[in-house]
Write a protein that binds this ligand. Structure first.
Ligand SMILES: Nc1nc2c(ncn2[C@@H]2O[C@H](COP(=O)(O)OP(=O)(O)OP(=O)(O)O)[C@@H](O)[C@H]2O)c(=O)[nH]1
Length: 719
């Protein structure tokens, strides 16, 4: 595949140019660029929009852009020869390297050696190659930048790391591109010790601030929220049925996750799936596509707990709220009461002197619904919702399911670009190609424009709600990115089990691998205990282990504390405090150790014992392999089900422990009860082979589950 250079310079010449003129971008230019990035004002809803806002910086005046990344392979199969090979063929350019190269190239040879050992990483002009782990400070040094400049870029990508921490290759490629560098990942070849440089495929960035002339109005995307039984479904049904023409009536009986209606020639898209779920699933993934929230409140019931929750969600996401006061046909309806309650919750309706639009409707009789649609269309005009239909296609997954005869399908709403049949795509960790598109009326269509809901057929695996389906150049590039993401996920899972634990602390010191630092997030009931405990911990002396209290504060253990502990690899110690519900989830997903105490001395003693290696011996997990469930077999009644699996890496061992992982989350953990190859019980099955697996009494296997096999190793105690 030809490299995607912006100009027409042939690939070979381009590389030589880079070598001959390493001053592709001066340090000042780069610093200015970095400063511009650092100065870019944060968008109003910093957290959920940060990713999109940050991706903005990779767009060149809104133009669609793919990150470069042609690399060299020793095999020479690549379209671009290795740099060293080029130099062999054309040795002339070497002496032309400027006598005083710019800082980034000062200590750099233009030749990338193909060595027996992975040599020290070398820069070639503006090409940076680093073998993972890619440490932020090291990458910054290669670009002659201060680490904080890269950290600012990374924060805009919602990546919160410290300078000494590692980032993923595709992220490195993005920040490199931002500063005028090309990132290449080096990889050590198995066995031979020779390293080759790998292609890094990057997902095209989400477009922001496209040039005005490319943008066209798109339909607003509406999510309906409200308390149970207040009439959300009835309202959606009424709108759908009342806005279709008679001839189409037959086509709307099937369930759709979203549909588009027209009100007086203006299109409006409704998401027809439980508002709360879609909100939390999608917002959790930063794929927040709703433009307007319609808050349904039953006039006879008034504001109820889920109404409040919906208000919270919508406010947090900074969405425009339009209130539909429903069931006004009922004699018990009390519209005034609803408006008063709304005002008490900070939603002052227009007739109460506020700016929240409210419409009185009946989803049963249809009263007020045209007025509601009118208001939505008007609001959309005010919001000036636009997208570039010619840009790179990007769509948000709002529902995914397996359909007989179609396999895994997903309902998506196109955010930008035009999604067409035949388009190769990446969606989370899966690659695919759009085989067909079905619109909300069950008709097959060739394409879907921004704001349009459509069912996509062409997934090999079921995608996750909230993930983005993004058009890629080729199925090969999509597959490559998918492979990398799957590998990263596996590595992430492995790392989860490697988080710091107090019990492990001293064993790290013993085997010489540890940093010998116990990092602590300390949360206490009152500030007085915070100070007292922090001082007491500081007084514990050990010549092998240091403590570092990275947070010391009063209050419950929050999700933020867990995130901080996770990124700093710290343990969380709580004194007389509870763990908030969200934090409990984070503890599970991040694998952070939390220890709670109600006696000060117990806390201090445990820290001391950890530092002296006196805590209970602990078992450590060693992951030995993974298998993917390809088919679920029903055994005779008493025996339940077995998982027909394919060993994807390492090996599966009958005497080991194993867990079933679904969508990245462990759903069962236990001992292997059966391991078979065909009819035979076997002890071990290696990578690339199929086998039948049963774990304990577990029977709920699903295709696509990952079985992770591990052994437990006892960590020796103390000195
Ligand atoms: N009288 C009257 N009844 C309504 C109206 N809208 C909905 N209902 C009735 O209220 C009940 C609940 O309506 P749904 O549309 O299922 O409410 P929902 O909010 O979708 O409920 P969940 O899906 O359970 O959250 C049903 O029996 C509807 O027929 C209305 O405007 N007037």
């Amino acid at each position: 595949m030809a490299p995607k250079d912006k100009d027409s310079t042939p690939p070979k010449k381009k590389v030589l140019d880079l070598i001959e003129e390493p001053k592709v971008q001066s340090r000042r230019d780069r610093q200015r660029a970095a400063q511009t990035v650092a100065d870019t004002p944060a968008p109003p809803s910093a957290l959920d929009k940060a990713k999109a806002a940050a991706l903005d910086i990779f767009e060149d005046a809104g133009k669609k852009k793919r990150t470069t990344v042609r690399k060299t392979e020793q095999s020479g199969k690549s379209a671009l020869p290795t740099i060293s090979k080029l130099l062999e063929e054309e040795p002339a350019p070497a002496p032309e390297v400027p006598a005083t190269p710019p800082p980034s190239a000062a200590s750099v040879s233009p030749v990338v050696p193909v060595a027996e050992e992975p040599a020290a990483e070398e820069d070639t002009g503006n090409i940076i190659s680093i073998k993972p782990p890619i440490i932020v400070s090291e990458l910054a040094a290669r670009m002659s930048l201060k680490p904080f400049v890269l950290l600012a870029d990374l924060i805009k990508l919602q990546i919160f790391v410290a300078p000494h921490q590692a980032i993923e290759p595709d992220i490195a490629a993005r920040v490199c591109e931002l500063h005028g560098f090309i990132f290449e990942r080096e990889k050590r070849e198995k066995g031979g010790g020779v390293h080759k440089i790998e292609e890094v495929v990057v997902e095209p960035a989400a477009p922001q601030d496209e040039p005005e002339d490319l943008l066209q109005l798109r339909p607003p995307i509406i999510t309906i929220m409200g308390h149970v039984d207040h009439g959300k479904t009835s309202l959606l049904d009424y709108i759908r049925k009342s806005t279709i023409t008679k001839g189409e009536a037959g086509g709307i009986t099937q369930h759709v996750a979203a549909y588009k209606v027209e009100h007086e020639g203006k299109p409006i898209t409704f998401i027809d799936t439980p508002g709360h779920a879609i909100f939390s699933d999608m917002r959790a993934r930063g794929a927040d596509i709703t433009d307007i929230v319609v808050l349904v409140v039953a006039a006879n019931d008034g504001i109820m707990p889920q109404t409040l929750e919906a208000i919270e969600h919508a406010k947090k996401a900074k969405k425009t709220i339009i209130v539909a006061i429903n069931k006004v046909d009922l004699p018990s309806a009390n519209v005034m009461r609803v408006k008063t309650q709304l005002a008490e919750k900070g939603l002052q309706t227009v007739d109460y002197g506020g700016d929240v639009e409210a419409v009185e409707i009946s989803a049963l009789t249809g009263v007020g619904i045209p007025a509601l649609l009118e208001l939505l269309a008007l609001q959309a005009e005010v919001l000036e919702l636009k997208a570039n239909p010619k840009g790179n296609a990007r769509a948000a997954i709002i529902e995914a399911r397996v359909q007989p005869g179609r396999g895994a399908t997903a309902s998506v709403i196109v955010e930008t670009g035009t999604l067409k049949t035949g388009t190769p795509f990446i969606c989370g960790p899966f690659a695919g190609k759009v085989k067909s598109l079905i619109n909300d009326r069950g008709e097959s269509v060739k394409e879907a424009k921004p704001g349009t809901p459509v069912e996509v057929i062409g997934f090999d695996e079921m995608p996750n709600v909230g993930d983005s389906l993004v058009e890629m150049d080729s199925i090969r590039a999509a597959q490559k990115l998918a492979d990398e993401r799957q590998l990263d996920r596996r590595n992430d899972r492995l790392q989860l089990t490697r988080k710091s634990r107090m019990e492990d602390l001293f064993s790290n010191v013993i085997d010489g691998t540890g940093k010998a630092a116990l990092k602590i997030v300390l949360k206490c009931d009152v500030q007085g205990s915070v100070e007292a405990i922090k001082n007491a911990i500081g007084d514990i002396k050990s010549d092998k282990v240091n403590t570092q209290v990275i947070i010391a504060a009063a209050g419950p253990i929050t999700e933020g504390d867990i995130q901080m502990a996770s990124s700093a690899d710290a343990v969380v110690l709580g004194f007389n405090v509870k763990v908030e519900a969200n934090a409990v989830k984070a503890v599970k997903s991040e694998g952070v150790q939390v220890k709670l105490y109600s006696i000060v001395y117990e806390l201090i003693d445990q820290v001391r014992e950890a530092m002296l290696g006196l805590l209970e011996p602990l078992t450590r997990e060693n992951i030995i392999g993974h298998a993917e469930v390809r088919m679920v077999f029903k055994l005779s009644k008493s025996k339940g089900r077995a998982a027909g699996s394919y060993v994807t890496d390492g090996k599966i061992h009958r005497k080991s422990h194993a867990r079933v992982i679904r969508g990245g989350v462990p759903v069962f953990d236990g001992k292997m009860s059966t391991l078979r190859r065909f009819q035979d019980e076997v002890d071990e099955v290696k990578s690339g082979m199929e086998c039948g697996i049963r774990l304990g009494e577990f029977n709920e296997y699903q295709e696509g589950d990952i079985i992770e096999c591990y052994t437990l190793e006892k960590i020796p105690q103390g000195l």
